[in-house]
Write a protein that binds this ligand. Structure first.
Ligand SMILES: [Zn+2]
Length: 316
């Protein structure tokens, strides 16, 4: 068996969202140690609240306050907490139906071990010491020796607070261990030698670069390796005027779809060595490698005559 290459692949971005009246009241309420739900037209109380009734799609604007105590409805033990999770010691993910609510909230339960967790366990909110108007204002749940008070329902709440939270930034991060597989491994090995290798579909004869191991149109495996490029044609492009975080490229710059010679699919690359306003469809380009790089740093004009439109129109 050949060794399977793997590498960490991290997809990370800050997700900025405005909250609207319901989520704003919910998160501002948490800051004030108040848990709010939304009441549906049939009288059910949804916690966490949503803006629209999941059954009727009606606007939901009636807010109610529920208790900070509740009952675990289901759970899973998390033996190896990851960075950014609510607790850095092993804990349980729990769905908690707060007293007065009809639906359950996902959060963490601080517990000494899985033997201490069960469906039906009574729990209460452990509030964070510093609260900002975020779901993390609930630090976690903890077990609580108290019965659900009979008749203790949700109380009306107007959702109004001083200095409401209107937007949040949620860091999203996905950590993968990526195994490229047969086709992409060959592609990466070739790239290490500054060559570009695709695979041809046995049915439609298209050459896919980068190869995925199968033709998405015909649904058959591809195996015939085909070297393409190194030169190619700009099929379409955009001028980037907004500087991306953590990217050391000055704006404006051009990002293009480039059809390498012999490929039937365009790949992406930056165009440099030519003023932005002179980049055009049909421009002939070649890759520029920097020392030790795993893929071309950018593409630059070759000086050849532009490619006729008919030669790349199928790749737009
Ligand atoms: Zn095909």
């Amino acid at each position: 068996m050949p060794e399977v290459p793997t590498a960490p692949l991290v997809v990370e971005f800050p997700f900025t969202r405005s909250l609207g009246p319901v989520q704003s009241a919910f998160l501002t309420g948490l800051r004030e140690r108040t848990v709010l739900g939304a009441r549906t037209s049939d009288g059910r109380v949804l916690v966490p609240p949503v803006e629209y009734d999941p059954v009727t799609a009606d606007d939901l604007r009636d807010l109610v306050e529920v208790a900070a105590t509740g009952t675990v409805t289901t759970w899973a033990w998390n033996a190896e907490p990851r960075p950014g999770q609510p607790l850095d010691t092993p804990f349980a993910w729990v769905l908690v139906r707060l007293d007065g609510a009809d639906t359950a909230l996902l959060h963490a339960l601080d517990a000494p071990g899985p033997d201490a967790v069960r469906t039906g366990l009574r729990v209460r909110v452990r509030w964070a010491a510093e609260r900002t108007g975020a779901i993390t204002d609930i630090a976690c749940f903890e077990s609580y020796d108290g019965e659900e008070a009979p008749g203790r329902g949700a109380r009306e709440h107007d959702g109004r607070f001083a200095d409401p939270v209107t937007g949040i930034v949620t860091p999203a991060r996905l950590d993968y261990t990526h195994s490229p597989g047969r086709a992409q491994s060959a592609y990466l090995e070739a790239l290490a030698a500054h060559r570009t290798v695709g695979e041809r579909c046995p049915d439609c004869r298209k050459v896919y670069v980068p190869p995925r191991g199968a033709c998405p149109t015909c649904g058959v495996a591809t195996s015939e390796r085909v070297e393409v490029g190194p030169r190619g044609t700009v099929t379409t492009f955009c001028v980037v005027n907004i500087k991306a975080k953590n990217l050391a490229i000055d704006v404006p710059y051009v990002y293009a779809h480039i059809a390498l010679d012999g490929a039937d699919l365009a790949l992406h690359g930056r165009i440099a060595g030519i003023p932005c306003d002179q980049v055009r469809m049909g421009l002939r380009v070649e890759p520029v490698w920097t020392e030790g790089a795993r893929y071309p740093d950018h593409y630059r004009p070759t000086g050849e005559a532009d490619a006729p439109y008919d030669t790349y129109k199928e790749m737009l």
